[in-house]
Design a protein around this ligand. Structure first.
Ligand SMILES: [Zn+2]
Ligand SMILES: [Zn+2]
Ligand SMILES: [Zn+2]
Length: 165
Protein backbone atom coordinates (compact mmCIF):
# COMPACT_ATOMS: atom_id res chain seq x y z
CA UNK A 1 0.00 0.00 0.00
CA UNK A 2 2.71 2.41 1.00
CA UNK A 3 4.52 1.69 -2.16
CA UNK A 4 1.43 2.46 -4.20
CA UNK A 5 0.91 5.75 -2.39
CA UNK A 6 4.49 6.75 -2.97
CA UNK A 7 4.14 5.74 -6.51
CA UNK A 8 1.13 8.02 -6.92
CA UNK A 9 2.99 10.86 -5.31
CA UNK A 10 5.87 10.38 -7.68
CA UNK A 11 3.50 10.40 -10.62
CA UNK A 12 1.86 13.60 -9.40
CA UNK A 13 5.24 15.24 -9.14
CA UNK A 14 5.99 14.24 -12.66
CA UNK A 15 2.81 15.84 -13.88
CA UNK A 16 3.86 19.28 -12.71
CA UNK A 17 6.34 21.36 -14.66
CA UNK A 18 8.64 24.03 -13.19
CA UNK A 19 5.91 26.65 -12.93
CA UNK A 20 3.65 24.15 -11.25
CA UNK A 21 1.43 23.79 -14.28
CA UNK A 22 0.06 20.34 -14.86
CA UNK A 23 1.53 18.29 -17.63
CA UNK A 24 -0.78 16.21 -19.71
CA UNK A 25 -0.61 12.91 -21.41
CA UNK A 26 -0.80 12.88 -25.20
CA UNK A 27 -4.07 11.23 -26.19
CA UNK A 28 -2.36 9.52 -29.08
CA UNK A 29 0.96 8.17 -27.80
CA UNK A 30 0.76 8.69 -24.05
CA UNK A 31 3.78 11.00 -23.91
CA UNK A 32 3.68 13.08 -20.75
CA UNK A 33 4.57 16.70 -21.37
CA UNK A 34 3.63 19.62 -23.55
CA UNK A 35 0.44 19.00 -25.49
CA UNK A 36 -1.70 21.23 -27.69
CA UNK A 37 -5.36 22.14 -27.13
CA UNK A 38 -6.39 18.73 -28.49
CA UNK A 39 -4.14 17.16 -25.88
CA UNK A 40 -1.81 15.87 -28.56
CA UNK A 41 1.98 16.18 -28.38
CA UNK A 42 3.91 18.01 -31.08
CA UNK A 43 5.14 14.80 -32.69
CA UNK A 44 1.66 13.38 -33.06
CA UNK A 45 0.37 16.73 -34.31
CA UNK A 46 3.00 16.72 -37.07
CA UNK A 47 2.13 13.14 -37.89
CA UNK A 48 -1.54 14.08 -38.17
CA UNK A 49 -0.75 16.94 -40.52
CA UNK A 50 1.48 14.72 -42.62
CA UNK A 51 -1.15 12.07 -42.97
CA UNK A 52 -3.91 14.67 -43.35
CA UNK A 53 -6.08 12.32 -41.42
CA UNK A 54 -9.20 14.44 -41.48
CA UNK A 55 -11.48 11.53 -40.84
CA UNK A 56 -9.97 10.87 -37.47
CA UNK A 57 -12.25 12.09 -34.69
CA UNK A 58 -10.41 14.87 -32.90
CA UNK A 59 -11.95 13.89 -29.59
CA UNK A 60 -11.36 10.16 -29.29
CA UNK A 61 -8.68 9.78 -31.98
CA UNK A 62 -10.52 6.91 -33.65
CA UNK A 63 -11.56 6.97 -37.28
CA UNK A 64 -15.06 8.08 -38.11
CA UNK A 65 -16.23 5.12 -40.16
CA UNK A 66 -18.99 5.03 -42.72
CA UNK A 67 -21.50 3.45 -40.38
CA UNK A 68 -20.62 5.68 -37.42
CA UNK A 69 -22.82 8.62 -36.59
CA UNK A 70 -20.32 11.18 -37.75
CA UNK A 71 -20.57 14.93 -38.06
CA UNK A 72 -18.38 17.43 -39.90
CA UNK A 73 -17.60 20.84 -38.47
CA UNK A 74 -18.66 23.63 -40.81
CA UNK A 75 -15.63 25.69 -39.90
CA UNK A 76 -12.58 23.41 -39.70
CA UNK A 77 -14.02 20.63 -41.87
CA UNK A 78 -12.92 17.93 -39.45
CA UNK A 79 -15.03 14.93 -38.58
CA UNK A 80 -16.22 13.89 -35.15
CA UNK A 81 -18.31 11.09 -33.74
CA UNK A 82 -21.65 12.55 -32.72
CA UNK A 83 -21.31 10.97 -29.27
CA UNK A 84 -17.84 12.47 -28.80
CA UNK A 85 -19.27 15.95 -29.27
CA UNK A 86 -22.20 15.26 -26.96
CA UNK A 87 -24.74 15.26 -29.74
CA UNK A 88 -27.79 13.29 -28.68
CA UNK A 89 -29.81 11.15 -31.05
CA UNK A 90 -32.59 13.70 -31.38
CA UNK A 91 -30.22 16.55 -32.23
CA UNK A 92 -28.31 14.35 -34.63
CA UNK A 93 -31.52 13.49 -36.49
CA UNK A 94 -32.44 17.17 -36.64
CA UNK A 95 -29.04 18.03 -38.06
CA UNK A 96 -29.37 15.22 -40.62
CA UNK A 97 -32.75 16.49 -41.76
CA UNK A 98 -31.62 20.07 -42.30
CA UNK A 99 -28.53 20.30 -44.48
CA UNK A 100 -28.40 24.08 -44.21
CA UNK A 101 -28.08 23.91 -40.45
CA UNK A 102 -24.53 24.79 -39.47
CA UNK A 103 -22.70 22.85 -36.83
CA UNK A 104 -19.41 23.83 -35.19
CA UNK A 105 -17.16 21.64 -33.11
CA UNK A 106 -16.17 22.49 -29.56
CA UNK A 107 -12.84 23.90 -30.74
CA UNK A 108 -14.38 26.19 -33.36
CA UNK A 109 -17.46 27.32 -31.48
CA UNK A 110 -15.64 30.01 -29.44
CA UNK A 111 -14.02 31.46 -32.59
CA UNK A 112 -17.29 31.44 -34.51
CA UNK A 113 -19.02 33.12 -31.60
CA UNK A 114 -16.26 35.72 -31.38
CA UNK A 115 -16.47 36.45 -35.11
CA UNK A 116 -20.23 36.83 -34.89
CA UNK A 117 -19.85 39.26 -32.00
CA UNK A 118 -17.17 41.21 -33.88
CA UNK A 119 -19.37 41.41 -36.96
CA UNK A 120 -22.22 42.69 -34.84
CA UNK A 121 -19.94 45.27 -33.25
CA UNK A 122 -18.67 46.41 -36.67
CA UNK A 123 -22.24 46.87 -37.85
CA UNK A 124 -23.10 48.85 -34.74
CA UNK A 125 -19.99 51.01 -35.19
CA UNK A 126 -21.02 51.64 -38.78
CA UNK A 127 -24.52 52.74 -37.76
CA UNK A 128 -23.09 55.00 -35.07
CA UNK A 129 -20.67 56.58 -37.53
CA UNK A 130 -23.51 57.27 -39.97
CA UNK A 131 -25.49 58.91 -37.19
CA UNK A 132 -22.50 61.03 -36.22
CA UNK A 133 -21.97 62.04 -39.83
CA UNK A 134 -25.61 63.10 -40.06
CA UNK A 135 -25.16 65.23 -36.93
CA UNK A 136 -22.06 66.88 -38.37
CA UNK A 137 -23.94 67.60 -41.61
CA UNK A 138 -26.78 69.22 -39.68
CA UNK A 139 -24.35 71.32 -37.65
CA UNK A 140 -22.63 72.42 -40.85
CA UNK A 141 -26.02 73.44 -42.22
CA UNK A 142 -26.59 75.55 -39.10
CA UNK A 143 -23.18 77.18 -39.46
CA UNK A 144 -23.89 77.96 -43.11
CA UNK A 145 -27.23 79.49 -42.21
CA UNK A 146 -25.55 81.57 -39.50
CA UNK A 147 -22.90 82.64 -41.95
CA UNK A 148 -25.49 83.70 -44.53
CA UNK A 149 -27.31 85.72 -41.90
CA UNK A 150 -24.06 87.44 -40.91
CA UNK A 151 -23.28 88.27 -44.55
CA UNK A 152 -26.79 89.64 -44.96
CA UNK A 153 -26.30 91.89 -41.89
CA UNK A 154 -22.97 93.17 -43.20
CA UNK A 155 -24.55 93.95 -46.58
CA UNK A 156 -27.41 95.83 -44.96
CA UNK A 157 -24.92 97.77 -42.82
CA UNK A 158 -22.91 98.72 -45.90
CA UNK A 159 -26.10 99.88 -47.64
CA UNK A 160 -26.94 102.05 -44.65
CA UNK A 161 -23.52 103.70 -44.73
CA UNK A 162 -23.84 104.35 -48.47
CA UNK A 163 -27.24 105.92 -47.99
CA UNK A 164 -25.87 108.25 -45.32
CA UNK A 165 -23.07 109.39 -47.58
ZN1 LIG B 1 1.85 11.98 -28.88
ZN1 LIG C 1 -14.82 10.13 -31.46
ZN1 LIG D 1 -14.28 22.76 -36.03
Amino acid sequence: MVLLRENTKYKDKLRMDKRGAKKKECKECGYLGKVNEDEICINCEEEDKRKMDLNKCKQCRRKVQGDDEGIQCDKCGLWYHAVCENIGEALYKDLQKDNDELWFCRRCKPTVKKNLLENKKLKEDNVRMKEELQEVKEELQEVKKGNEQACEAVRRFEELIEEKN
